[in-house]
Design a protein around this ligand. Structure first.
Ligand code: BV8
Ligand code: ZN
Length: 244
């Protein structure tokens, strides 16, 4: 795999790099992306119809079961070479901020340290009323487990559509986007806001935008470099080409 020489020179010189990742980065670990049709008994649902407070209010058991199913799927997979390449970049670039939309925790599992989880983490469960975290819970398969402290329904600690993103993570992500020399957008269709606006915030401040994605997205025409293909193949090859 070859890369434009000016991209390689730029990355060797970069001291401030930010990367936004989406479900595409976890696809080669075996996790479905949001674009992929859901499988099995979840095939009839669209994620947007389940990942919202309204859906949880309407049918808490259905939403709880969907996340329980996804938690098991996440437990069964491991980071892929794309995750590990980002760990390598963090070691090589003086200031590197990894901003992820993914809730699977695979970046931290791979060894990334400076990770901003914009949409929470599916492995964490909290009370929908008092926000207390639950490490363990009884799941009789009949009803949604309840908070031991206040009796509220437990829920995944993720950001649903219509919910605000965690303030510190979002502010840190915007700051990283505004101050970086190079902004990577990797494995994301760039549809969901406000995460999708980060690449434009970087571009408006003069950052070079590099997109790594299986297919073109609305960002592609605005990116300085578009590396089309699998992140699990492109990222390791890029790390090797730049840093040997
Ligand atoms: C907010 C956690 C305001 C949950 C997620 C109307 C009504 C209500 C809201 C809105 C509205 N219109 C717009 C909005 C805002 C809304 C939004 O953006 N909607 C979209 C649908 C238009 N945003 C929100 O609601 C956000 N909150 O705005 O709050 C507010 C403010 C103050 C106070 C109160 C409220 C919250 C958004 C977060 C939602 N939660 N996840 C869960 O996971 O269950 S979003 C979820 O979907 C993911 O986290 C991710 O962000 C998104 C999926 O996107 P991608 O990651 O890009 O995945 P996708 O499948 O789309 O694409 C994968 C790409 O990878 C593809 O391009 C593919 O080609 C590529 N690919 C595949 N394989 C590979 C690959 N690339 C490389 N290598 C491969 N191997
Ligand atoms: Zn509670």
């Amino acid at each position: 795999m070859t890369f434009p020489a000016d991209l390689l020179t730029l990355l060797l010189r970069t001291s401030k790099l930010a990367a936004l990742t989406g479900a595409g980065v976890s696809q080669e670990s075996g996790l479905r992306t949001f674009r992929d049709a859901q499988s099995g008994l979840w095939a009839q649902y669209r994620p947007e119809d389940l990942a919202s407070p309204e859906a949880f209010a309407r049918d808490p058991k259905l939403v709880w079961d969907w996340y329980a199913w996804r938690r098991e799927a996440v437990k069964a997979v491991r980071p892929n070479p794309g995750h590990y390449a980002l760990v390598e970049i963090e070691k090589r670039v003086p200031h590197f901020t990894l901003i992820t939309q993914n809730v699977d925790g695979l970046h931290r599992m791979a060894g990334s340290r400076n990770v901003l989880e914009l949409h929470g983490n599916i492995q964490r469960v909290r009370c929908s009323e008092c926000y207390a975290f639950a490490e363990t819970w009884g799941d009789d398969g009949e009803s949604v487990p309840r908070c031991e402290i206040c009796g509220g329904l437990l829920r995944p600690d993720v950001v649903w559509f219509g919910e605000a993103l965690p303030r510190e993570q979002l502010e840190a992500a915007v700051e990283a986007a505004r101050t970086c020399d190079v902004f990577f957008s990797i494995g994301t269709s760039g549809v969901v806001q406000p995460a999708a606006s980060l690449a434009y915030a970087a571009r408006n401040r003069g950052a070079v935008v590099v997109e790594v994605n299986l297919e073109p997205t609305p960002l592609t025409p605005k990116a300085d470099f578009f590396l089309q293909g699998k992140s699990g193949e492109i990222l390791p090859a890029l790390v090797k080409a730049v840093w040997g």
